[in-house]
Design a protein around this ligand. Structure first.
Ligand SMILES: *[C@@H]1O[C@H](CO)[C@@H](O)[C@H](O)[C@H]1NC(C)=O
Ligand SMILES: *[C@@H]1O[C@H](CO)[C@@H](O)[C@H](O)[C@H]1NC(C)=O
Ligand SMILES: *[C@@H]1O[C@H](CO)[C@@H](O)[C@H](O)[C@H]1NC(C)=O
Ligand SMILES: *[C@@H]1O[C@H](CO)[C@@H](O)[C@H](O)[C@H]1NC(C)=O
Length: 718
């Protein structure tokens, strides 16, 4: 059996050879072991409120260990045959145990582990018991007598029996949501059944496993059912539609047990050949922000809203969680995996469970819906596309289907924006929204695609790096008109590669001509003209929501739906974009709006772009200005800065430049300021300036520079 600890990153595993292990699944290390007996230990559970591990084994004993001290706290013979299962009561000091002796027993640890009740009724081994999460006085049991029984604590005979499986039942679980009174069971007839325990009927049978089903589980937080079988596979089903979502096969022989936990994406699985922890579900929160700062997100199927404007003038610090008032907007009929505003912010689409629903963003009134594996908006707000399957895409305009089309490639994913992107295993194809003409097919495997608002630029992010491309719409239009340069791969020269950057983009967006993104190493960066600027180092994974130019702030959220912001001046971005376009009259117009403290940063940007002259004019840092003046050979400016700085180092650097430029007078002055007598000696002897040699001899002597003084006198024959 396996179990997960509610607060520590621990997985408990009890083994066939009698060992019980606690693994830390974050560090993947074995942290504790208990040798229980030399027979199979089929049941083990954490009781975190007592720091216990409780085990039940084929030696018919229940053992209680303190997992801190590793000491055995208690041990008693619980049954007259193998123990199959232990269930821990969520509040009361009770455990239930079930056994091949066909009995279920209730034990009270506050009454010296006395057996306070025996539940009799099954006519074969009792494989499993589970307490109803919605009513902890009720529990259910699964037995090889092919039945499921539901019991009440306090009553020794069952309330009712569910009959339907044709072979022994191995496992059962309750659905924890309030909306359905359901139980799920898995049996040796290879079937999984879902039962309504109020009207006592089987509502669904899931077929697929080819061997005995060893476990079934309604995930306590996500809308999924997890089943495992002796056929070696683990299957994930949707708990609303019962569609098989995926089949996992790890090649570790038969799979026996599962543990999942509310509020966690971790699921523990136990196989013949080892244990596995898998993470289930989306990491990225379903959240979207419109251009005015209204944010909508899904918390499970509840839709909530917050408005940045409602914060008023509260002072905001970079990286601090924003104090937002949250408003409930209603329950969504599907379990949202993604939420996206359309570009004008009037509508919001929710996509999940193979369906989409478009709502009005303000009142969450549904406007349209349909089936979709994926949904994307076009840049113009009136169109959208859905991917129904790998071969059917549909394009809608003003909520009416305009075109259904089958792309030439297998559509594994779609991307919205200025063009409709379609991804297959090995390439990406862009289509025009209006006529679904192929614009260009590119050999790349994109993860994300981000279009700038104007459609001039697009960032294609892959698993290893990202590319910035320029889209040449004029060229495309004229090629389409003249039909020249159109090949089977699309229109030649539709895109121009601006650069590739070796960073992995997680989320991104464009502001002015700059691409802003979060990277795989949790940096918040932007890329302007091929140069990467880091805005912040993030302490956890964050997802970009949007940028509000009026606030000069970028907004991000984390997995727990906290929203934070970082300052990023629109004037700086505008200036950098203008520079990239060599539009210096625009740049000069924007410059006065850039605050003084940002100017040096801008100057470094200019310098890297090769505009040293402009950089020197913009920089407000004398060190940087001096560096630039030297590089530009601006002796006068450098001299002025050296005078102001009174730095020996600067005088030396300037002297060197002056010598290079044959400005010996200036060089000599600089060397004097730098008190570089060796340098002066070289200069004056090389130029044969006897008077200066004499002066140097005197000065050096005064300054106790005896070597230089000696040489100077010696050269003059003194
Ligand atoms: C039981 O099996 C585990 C895993 O193979 C092993 O680490 C452990 O030492 C075994 N215990 C005994 C008592 O053989
Ligand atoms: C189960 O049986 C007990 C005792 O017979 C009764 O009090 C209880 O209401 C029953 N519960 C259900 C859900 O039928
Ligand atoms: C029992 O309830 C389920 C809904 O939970 C319904 O689909 C089914 O038809 C009901 N069966 C009977 C026999 O009333
Ligand atoms: C849309 O709204 C109508 C009326 O408010 C409701 O009956 C219907 O179930 C909703 N459909 C979806 C898919 O949300």
């Amino acid at each position: 059996s396996v179990d997960l600890h509610p607060t520590e990153p621990w997985m408990l595993a009890s083994l066939y050879n009698g060992s019980v292990c606690v693994w830390n699944h974050e560090t993947q290390t074995l942290v504790k072991t208990f040798q229980v007996c030399d027979l199979p230990v089929r049941a083990s559970k954490f009781v975190a409120r007592k720091n216990w591990v409780i085990t039940g084994a084929d030696d018919m004993q229940i053992c209680v260990f303190n997992y801190h001290t590793l000491e055995r706290v208690h041990m008693f013979e619980a049954h007259s045959d193998y123990i199959r299962c232990i269930a821990v009561h969520p509040i009361k000091p009770y455990i239930l145990s079930s056994s091949d002796d066909m009995l279920i027993k209730l034990w009270d640890w506050e009454k010296k582990w006395c057996c306070s009740q025996v539940f009799e009724g099954h006519t074969h081994y009792v494989m499993q018991i589970v307490i109803n999460p919605k009513d902890n006085n009720q529990f259910a049991s699964a037995s090889l007598d092919r039945t499921i029984k539901v019991w009440q604590l306090g009553s020794s005979s069952p309330n009712f029996t569910l009959v339907g499986h044709e072979k022994g039942v191995n496992f059962i679980d309750y659905y924890s949501g309030a909306d359905k009174p359901y139980l799920i069971s898995g049996a040796d007839d290879h079937l999984v059944k879902i039962w309504d325990y109020q009207n006592k009927t089987c509502v669904q049978t899931l077929e697929g496993h080819s061997q005995s089903v060893s476990f079934v589980s309604f995930h306590p937080g996500l809308p999924i059912i997890i089943t495992g079988s002796e056929d070696g596979t683990v299957r994930i089903w949707h708990s609303g539609t019962y569609r098989l979502e995926s089949t996992l096969d790890y090649g570790m022989e038969r799979v026996w047990c599962v543990a999942s936990m509310h509020g966690s994406n971790n699921v523990a699985l136990g196989f013949d050949e080892g244990n596995i922890i898998i993470k289930i579900g989306h990491e990225e929160p379903a959240m979207s922000m419109d251009a005015s700062g209204r944010i909508i997100w899904a918390k499970h199927s509840e839709i909530q809203q917050a408005n940045l404007k409602a914060m008023g003038d509260a002072e905001i610090k970079d990286g601090e969680r924003l104090p937002l008032a949250v408003k409930d907007m209603g329950i969504c009929e599907i379990y949202p995996q993604t939420i996206q505003h359309n570009p004008n912010g009037r509508f919001v689409v929710v996509c999940g469970d193979g369906e989409y629903i478009i709502y009005s963003a303000m009142a969450l009134r549904n406007k349209s819906f349909g089936s979709a594996q994926e949904f994307v908006w076009a840049h113009d707000s009136s169109q959208f596309a859905v991917r129904e399957s790998n071969s059917v895409l549909r394009i809608f305009k003003n909520f009416k289907e305009k075109k259904s089309f089958k792309p030439d490639i297998d559509a594994e994913g779609i991307y919205g924006g200025f063009l409709l992107g379609v991804r297959s295993v090995n390439c990406l194809a862009f289509y025009g929204w209006d006529n679904t003409e192929l614009i260009q097919q590119i050999e790349i495997q994109p993860k994300h695609i981000f279009w700038s608002d104007s459609g001039e630029f697009v960032c294609i992010a892959t698993e290893e790096s990202f590319f910035i491309l320029k889209y040449l719409a004029d060229k495309v239009t004229s090629a389409q008109e003249s039909n020249e340069g159109v090949t089977k791969d699309g229109i030649e020269g539709a895109f121009e590669v601006q650069g590739e950057i070796q960073e992995i983009v997680k989320t991104g967006l464009w502001v002015c001509g700059c691409f802003i993104y979060t990277s795989s190493v949790n940096r918040l960066n932007y890329c302007a003209g091929g140069e990467i600027v880091t805005i912040a180092h993030l302490d956890r994974t964050m997802y970009l929501l949007g940028y509000i130019p009026k606030d000069n702030r970028l907004y991000l959220c984390d997995k727990e739906l906290n929203i934070v912001s970082y300052s990023l001046l629109v004037s700086v971005l505008e200036y950098q974009t203008a520079v990239m376009w060599r539009d210096f009259s625009m740049a000069d117009k924007v410059l006065p709006t850039i605050p003084k403290e940002q100017k040096t940063r801008v100057a470094y940007f200019l310098e890297k772009q090769g505009f040293k002259q402009q950089a020197m004019a913009v920089s407000s840092d004398p060190e940087h200005q001096f560096e630039l003046a030297l590089q530009l050979g601006e002796l006068k400016i450098a001299h002025q800065l050296a005078v102001e700085a009174k730095s020996e180092q600067k005088w030396k650097q300037l002297a060197e430049l002056a010598v290079n430029k044959c400005q010996f007078g200036l060089a000599q002055e600089c060397l004097h300021h730098a008190q570089d007598y060796g340098g002066i000696l070289l200069l004056v002897t090389a130029s044969g300036n006897t008077a200066m040699v004499n002066k140097l001899a005197e000065e050096a002597e005064k300054d106790d520079k005896n070597n230089v003084a000696f040489l100077s006198y010696f050269l003059q024959g003194k």
